[in-house]
Design a protein around this ligand. Structure first.
Ligand code: FMN
Length: 191
């Protein structure tokens, strides 16, 4: 079974993370979920979701989900000896991006990203900010040069989206494609 860590920060667009987590769980992928403090607050604000209730429902439905405590640096995922396959930071704030690109491991999410880097495991950063300043761009470039996938939350329009779900599914589908996880979340371009 694959093991994937999903980190949710206080950038706009946590709806993407909700859909990604549900898609991973449906496919039987063991999913660790880490919220930053502001990640929880912004998700609550943007989606009006009762996060605790949603996590409880997921835990009742699936036994392959683990909610991690951002302050628990004793968690299994904090160590390179715990074999997770990938880390997705979605959405990634410019603050967390800066911490990861500077190797700060002050909370569990930044530590897990650091472990992925040191162990040469898959790390996907889904940044969300606009416009971007030179600090943001330099941080992304630095990570890209280390093999990190920078996959901005920028939906395309060539699949003719009609609903908000179509836009969200496009970005989540791109992330799953990047992880080589088959999906039909958006219609692939066939020329
Ligand atoms: C409603 C709301 C939306 C935000 N959207 C973004 C965003 O899109 N990108 C970003 O970098 N920061 C955004 N922020 C600011 C971050 O939440 C803030 O910088 C925070 O310190 C990030 O910390 P974290 O990475 O630990 O969650 C937003 C804040 C709020 C309140």
């Amino acid at each position: 079974m694959k093991k994937i860590v999903v980190g949710i920060t206080g950038a706009s667009g946590s709806i993407y993370a909700k859909v990604l987590i549900e898609e991973l769980l449906k496919r039987g992928i063991y999913t660790h979920v880490i919220f930053t403090d502001n990640g929880k607050k912004v998700m609550q604000y943007e989606t009006s979701l009762d996060i605790e209730k949603w996590m409880k429902l997921l835990k009742e439905k699936y036994n392959h989900i683990k909610a991690e405590d951002i302050n628990n640096l004793f968690s299994g995922v904090a160590s390179g000896s715990y074999k997770f396959d990938a880390v997705i930071v979605l959405p990634c704030s410019m603050g967390t991006l800066a911490e990861i690109s500077n190797g700060l491991s002050k909370n569990l999410l930044c530590r897990v990203a650091d472990v992925a880097l040191k162990e040469n495991r898959k790390l996907v950063i889904v940044p969300r900010e606009t416009p971007l300043n030179a600090i943001h761009l330099e941080n992304m470039l630095k990570l890209s040069k280390l093999g990190v996938t920078i996959l901005p939350a920028i939906p395309g329009f060539y699949h003719k989206p009609e609903t908000l779900d179509d836009l969200v599914n496009f970005v989540v589908g791109k992330i799953l494609d990047n992880l080589s996880i088959e999906n039909e979340l958006f219609k692939k371009w066939e020329g």
